[in-house]
Write a protein that binds this ligand. Structure first.
Ligand code: BEZ
Length: 239
């Protein structure tokens, strides 16, 4: 079957390691130029299907509640749906005035929420996945670093609310990898052992197995070391 230009546009998405596609947008906090307005900061650009829907409401309240925590990790939040600005404003006012969820209430969403009626941004970021919905964005999450590079991407379907502990964990893990030149193993959290880069030569492999330095080698290709939670957090979080 032939692929039409429309289908190609819908299926375009940046990949990990790509420069984040640029756009200008109207948001609930004024106009933004992305990613240039965020130079030097990480950002999480995320989409949701629609305003005035329950899963999205629970997510926005949770993100707003955690915004300060993400800001402390030098990361700004930016939401998007293909609704208009007046719908966004009305929804955020309703959330603040009326909605209580998981012990949260009077929640004010202070981070920008992009209006994208034209779907220009949603299409650039592959947020419209026609098999799931042709008229609503899926729950996409793009982690973009201070150089404007896409570092991680997570997609969820319409029915599944995101896990915010995992979004925060992923952010801190990537920042830890950058700061200490290490990788992080399964289920890593600050204070857990980190993984040092694999031995690149037979000599280093031999050293790894015989040396008594601070490495713990399960085998020549799998060595970990300790970095305390305090060391990680003091390097990454703003005072
Ligand atoms: C929601 O946010 O509740 C939702 C949105 C679209 C489809 C299903 C659920």
């Amino acid at each position: 079957m032939e692929t039409t230009t429309e289908q190609q546009q819908l299926h375009t998405m940046p990949r990990i390691g790509d420069k984040a596609p640029e756009f200008k947008a109207v948001t609930t906090q004024g106009d933004i130029n992305y990613p240039s307005d965020y130079k030097g900061k990480w950002s999480i650009l995320f989409s949701h299907p629609a305003d005035f829907t329950p899963v999205c409401t629970s997510e926005f309240m949770t993100f707003a509640h955690l915004e300060e925590k993400f800001e402390k990790a030098n990361c700004s939040l930016i939401g998007l749906s293909i609704d208009g600005i007046y719908s966004h404003i009305a929804w955020l006012r309703t959330i603040k005035d009326k909605i209580e969820f998981n012990g949260m209430k009077n929640i004010e969403v202070k981070f920008p929420l992009i209006e994208d009626i034209s779907m220009e941004v949603a299409k650039k970021y592959g947020m419209i996945q026609p098999g799931e919905s042709k008229t609503q964005a899926v729950r996409a999450v793009f982690f973009v670093d201070g150089e404007g590079i896409v570092r991680a991407i997570i997609y969820y379907p319409l029915s599944l609310g995101r896990n915010f502990d995992e979004l925060y964990r992923a952010l801190i893990a990537m920042q830890t990898s950058d700061a200490f030149n290490v990788a992080t193993p399964a289920d890593w959290n600050p204070g857990d052992d980190v993984i040092v880069s694999p031995a690149g030569s037979c000599g280093v492999a031999e050293d790894r197995m015989t040396s008594t330095d601070d490495l713990d080698c399960k085998d020549w290709f799998f060595c970990t070391k300790k970095i305390s939670k305090e060391e990680v957090l003091s390097r990454i979080l703003k005072a």
